[in-house]
Every structure is written in structure tokens, then in C-alpha cells.
Design a protein around this ligand. Structure first.
Ligand SMILES: [Zn+2]
Length: 260
């Protein structure tokens, strides 16, 4: 049976704003593990300025705590980080890919569009994150649909099906990740297609100005958000939606049991 763990792999704190997190999934299928997004990594903690640059650290409010990494979260679940054979990325922003280098042998799945976009010279991407040479596995457009959205199957031979769901706009290849739950129904990790859950129900949430500023294509971002609102209103009995950054959606909260 596939087990799905919700783990926090990074905490971001900026004065005057709510604390946000890096909500990743660790999917366990027998002895094989797959991560959805990677949060910050051990290299970010050891050499933060070299990896991310001082201005990004201050702007995003990165907190560098070793227990807030995918490696340490995996170990704390009694699992072996060497068993992480697959990583599925929503997109390549630095707060999502910092942990990539901690799993250099994993296959890294993402949309074809996102890999192309990450190589386009767009300054939002931090190229030091990719210097170790990730084993990219790109997923091209597909004719399959899922609740009215395009779906790109990721074949990992897991008991639970996993799909990349294009939710473009935040970046030009940004996707959500749908995972079939063992007890029926679906999880949809929406990545940064919304920052805060309140955006699902509030048409003009204050965070939308920031989301618009960070979007590479704001028209498409708004279209993706509209689709998520549709799923929320029409299919909430079948799909559990959550995003990467909203602390309230993380089942264990900040989980500060481990020393920081
Ligand atoms: Zn993000």
C-alpha cells in the first residue's frame, strides 16, 4: 500500500507577514520513496549566502534549520533518504528545489515546459541549485484529462497513481501533483498556484497582489486559480486540495519537536 506523509521542509518568516512553510509530500511505496518538491536542502543550511544570496534570504525570510529538510524529515520517519528514487517538482523556484542536491541519484520529474523555462535565463531561478546535474525526466503535453484538466501520468509503478496537472502561470511550466489516496479519493498538491487557502474562497484576497507580481503569466495564473476554485466547489468530496506555503494546511503544523 502507498503511504503518504506530509512534511515541512522549510520555514519562511518575514516581519509583518504570516509564517509560511514548504509543505512537501513523502510518498512511500514498499521500500521506494518519492518526494513532491524538496524545500530547502542541507547545502542551503551550510552555505546560505553562497547558495541563495543575501537579498533573497532577507526578502523571503528563509530560516535555516536542519530538521526542516527532506533528508532529516525522512530520517525522523524512520526511513532511509537513499530510498528516495523519485522527486516530482511543481516548479523550479529556489524554495522548492533546495533539497535536490541531497538526492543526486533520484530521477527528477517535471513538466517539459518548466525545465525549458528554468534554462531560459529568467532571474527567478537560482542555477547553483542544479549544478550537481539532476537526472531530469520531463513530461510532455498529454491527451489524458482529470476532472476537466490536462493530466500527465508519472509512471513510478507505485500502487497509487500520480499525475502532473498543469497549473501554469506562477511559472510557465508550473504544475500541481495529484496522488490517488490509498483509501479512495485524491490529494492535489497545488504548489504555488495559490499561496493561501483563503484565495480559494476570496476573489480579491490581499495576497493576490504579491501572487500577481511573482507570476510569469498572470492571466494564466488567474485561469489556473479559477480551475482550483471549481474543483474546490464542485469536487471537494473527491479531491483534497492543499498548497505549498499555507501553514494551516500542514497536518503537523511547524512540528518543532526536534531541536532547531
Ligand atoms: Zn514557493
Amino acid at each position: 500500500m502507498t503511504k503518504i506523509h506530509h512534511i515541512n521542509c522549510g520555514t519562511l518568516e518575514v516581519d509583518g507577514y504570516p509564517t509560511v512553510v514548504c509543505h512537501c509530500l513523502l510518498i512511500q511505496d514498499h521500500s521506494v520513496l518519492a518526494l513532491v518538491d524538496t524545500g530547502i536542502g542541507l547545502n542551503d543550511i551550510r552555505n546560505p549566502v553562497e547558495r541563495l544570496g543575501q537579498s533573497l534570504i532577507e526578502q523571503a525570510g528563509f530560516r535555516f534549520r536542519e530538521h526542516d529538510t527532506a533528508v532529516k524529515r525522512t530520517e525522523s520517519l524512520g526511513l532511509n533518504p537513499a530510498d528516495v528514487k523519485h522527486i516530482i517538482l511543481t516548479h523550479c523556484d529556489p524554495d522548492h528545489v533546495g533539497g535536490l542536491a541531497d538526492f543526486p541519484n533520484a530521477e527528477v520529474h517535471l513538466s517539459e515546459e518548466e525545465l525549458n523555462h528554468s534554462k531560459s535565463g529568467n532571474p527567478r531561478y537560482v542555477m547553483t541549485m542544479f549544478e550537481h546535474g539532476p537526472k531530469w525526466r520531463t513530461h510532455a503535453p498529454s491527451s489524458r484529462t482529470w476532472f476537466g484538466l490536462e493530466a500527465r501520468p508519472i509512471s513510478l509503478n507505485f500502487e497509487s497513481e500520480i499525475l502532473l496537472i498543469p497549473l501554469f502561470g506562477h511559472t510557465l511550466g508550473h504544475c500541481g501533483v495529484a496522488v490517488r489516496k490509498p483509501d479512495g479519493g485524491w490529494l492535489l498538491h497545488v504548489g504555488d498556484a495559490y499561496y493561501l487557502r483563503a484565495e480559494l474562497t476570496e476573489e480579491h484576497h490581499p495576497v493576490s497582489a504579491f501572487a500577481a507580481m511573482r507570476a510569469d503569466d498572470d492571466t494564466r495564473r488567474l485561469r489556473s486559480l479559477k480551475e482550483l476554485r471549481r474543483l474546490h466547489y464542485e469536487h471537494s468530496d473527491e479531491i483534497e486540495l492543499f498548497g505549498y506555503h499555507d501553514l494551516s494546511e500542514l497536518p503537523n503544523g511547524l512540528d518543532r519537536k526536534m531541536p532547531s
